[in-house]
Design a binder for this molecule. Sequence first.
Ligand code: LMG
Ligand code: NDP
Ligand code: PMR
Length: 398
Amino acid sequence: MALQAATLLPSALSLHKEGKSNAALKETTLFGVSVSNHLKADFISSSKLSKDFRRRSSLGTIRAQTVSAPEISQAASEEKKTLRKGNVIITGASSGLGLAAAKAISETGKWHVIMACRNFLKAEKAAKSAGISKENYTVMHLDLASLESVRQFADAFRQSGRPLDVLVCNAAVYFPTAKEPTYTAEGFELSVGTNHLGHFLLSRLLLDDLKQSDYPQKHLIIVGSITGNTNTLAGNVPPKANLGDLRGLSSGLTGRDSSPMIDGGQFDGAKAYKDSKVCNMLTMQEFHRRFHEETGISFASLYPGCIAETGLFREHIPLFRLLFPPFQKYITKGYVSEEEAGKRLAQVISDPSLSKSGVYWSWNKNSSSFENRLSKEASDSEKARKLWEISEKLVGLA
Ligand code: LMG
Ligand code: NDP
Ligand code: PMR
């Protein structure tokens, strides 16, 4: 792999088509940037922002509670109507991007976060240590590697009586060093089973709830990634994503009498993850085509930047975990902190200027969002339709 990656580099440099993306590896910035400047910048970015946020959100609460004069009480109740807290479910909010987004969005004071997590205790602890106020979050159990658990979660959420305004499919697993596949409760290869099939069922089950929302922001967000997009340098680091003709998926990804890989090939953990991200981006677009006009729900995906220190890399070799962050910071310049990535996802959740449907959002070096282009495969509508139909069968919806 090291050799493959190294030999890829010279040709890969000219592959960059990300336009303004912060993910871009530019020849000019590769060797020309002073490392010390970057080190300074990194040290300056502190937790100041979270303190500012907290101050703002507590002010918001006080203002809402102190309105008492009769002439303004009607206005206040009008305001209350429009200002009810939004409810957002974030899967995998117990670490990394999901936790950072939960923190960022709850600190606005305008959202209640349902942290949908497989490890209840870990999620509670994570919320506490991130400083998310009790009244701004609820932890609910969800194990995406079990379709039964997904169904139970959807039922339990409905029984809670909360309206649903935004669903964020964020959780993921990545097994870069696994020699053999592992499986979900229903026997699907674990990365595609969790990252795609679990989320596919969850989104389908909760679509009606989203539809009924009267909130200004009404979104289904599915986190994608640059590594699933072969129109980028990062997407060309082998093994590359490729769903082929979906023959492995059609056979159920069981690895027994059929392949555990979507394209029907040999098991490769890194490829399975990248394939699952392509599924995430295709699914978002298929949702958009089928349901945007009818429901008014906005469907979006995003690449928040390379968050090189999250739990996603927990299964990677220690050397990778050591070198990957500086590599992304100083060489590719694609690095973002969990805090910054969390703010980006929070933007897609609540910023009206990012409410366009069917979009794959990315951010440039100045942290400005833009509508990015997906690779040929990740925007293939015929493949998206086929993926949808096969996935429906696998999760028991058809
Ligand atoms: C594989 O491991 C798994 O084995 C496989 O199962 C699969 O999971 C796959 O795609 C997933 O990954 C990957 C393994 C080897 O990765 C690593 O162990 C580390 C890779 C990360 C980065 C490489 C680090 C390079 C050195 C960085 C130092 C950083 C510090 C900079 C800042 C200094 C501050 C003081 O695979 C690799 O990918 C390794 C490839 C090694 C080549 C590295 C070159 C990258 C540099 C890019 C610049 C290029 C310029 C070259 C030209 C020089 C000419 C003068
Ligand atoms: P983390 O590992 O930090 O977070 C992943 C989360 O998913 C964890 O909370 C984890 O739970 C949860 N999870 C895993 N399996 C399940 C399951 N079966 N049921 C419920 N929850 C589960 O990684 P990141 O924050 O990096 O990843 C978040 C998203 O961002 C992913 O979709 C990833 O593909 C995407 N992404 C990440 C990038 C990066 O550079 N890190 C770049 C581009 C996209 P637990 O805490 O219990 O392990
Ligand atoms: Mg990649 C612009 C260059 C760029 C960016 C933005 C990423 C993001 N990566 C880039 C370039 C390179 N990477 C290059 C040149 C190499 C060869 C040295 C390289 C290697 C590499 C590895 C081994 N990169 C990786 C790995 C992983 O194991 C990660 C992965 O593919 O997980 C599926 C990864 C990533 N690089 C990224 C991002 C965002 C990842 C994390 C994967 C994801 O969340 O989708």
